[in-house]
Design a binder for this molecule. Structure first.
Ligand code: E4P
Length: 215
């Protein structure tokens, strides 16, 4: 499973990229707005830090405007994947952009029928938001399992990008369900490394080594 960061914060991306474990980045208008910087400038910087797919979302909601915006975003760097919302206009734009060879991440997916439509429109990936479903007492991970099964049944090439991840258990379950990509906040990425027994074990090894007078 590919691991992406869900952030527009360059400092976080730089740190994760330096570990050599980062496969890509997803951004959305809320995350970019939070940074208070030019969208284009942030995207260019991120593309130069991570040699992998970088999702950049259109903010238009009408087909022609989305296609234009998508083309402009794709021109910024070869790593850009254009993000279109899962609405009828968004899928019309997805079909056109995909026909031009532009990779599209269809975002704001909350149901298996939406995912099926995104795949049929030629999306490179679809982003089901599991945390937001859990937030309203729905089962986000059940949606991932349904989409993975549907895509496998019909051999769709569209990848399942597990989004709106809130904690490490979401990452584990996404991998067990066969999600192709999992995008997460930097805090969750750091939590993936942690286990108290690792810290206790390392402390003991180094303590024993030191006690034996080894350098
Ligand atoms: C995905 O691409 C979205 O940016 C994201 O995962 C949304 O997550 P949130 O529900 O934490 O805002």
């Amino acid at each position: 499973m590919k691991l992406y960061l869900d952030t527009a914060n360059v400092k976080e991306i730089k740190e994760a990229a330096s570990m050599g474990l980062l496969d890509g980045v997803t951004t959305n208008p809320s995350l970019v707005a939070k940074e208070g910087r030019s969208f284009r400038e942030v995207l260019l910087e991120v593309c130069n830090l991570v040699d992998g797919p970088i999702s950049a979302e259109v903010v238009s909601v009408e087909e022609d405007a989305m296609v234009k915006e998508g083309r402009d975003l794709a021109k910024i760097h070869k790593n850009i994947v254009v993000k279109c919302p899962l609405i009828p206009e968004g899928l019309k734009a997805t079909r056109r952009l995909a026909a031009e060879g532009i990779r599209v991440n269809v975002t704001l997916c909350f149901s298996p029928t939406q995912a099926l439509l995104a795949a049929k429109a030629g999306a490179w990936c679809v982003s089901p938001f599991i945390g937001r479903l859990d937030d309203i007492s729905s089962d986000g991970m059940a949606l991932i399992r349904q989409i993975v099964t549907i895509f496998r049944n019909y051999d769709f090439k569209t990848q399942v990008l597990v989004a709106s991840v809130r904690h490490p258990q979401h990452v584990v379950e996404a991998a067990l369900a066969g999600g192709h990509i999992c995008t997460m906040p930097f805090t969750v990425f750091l939590q993936l490394f942690k286990h108290p027994l690792t810290d206790i074990g390392l402390k003991k090894f180094l303590g024993d080594w030191g006690a034996a007078g080894r350098q």
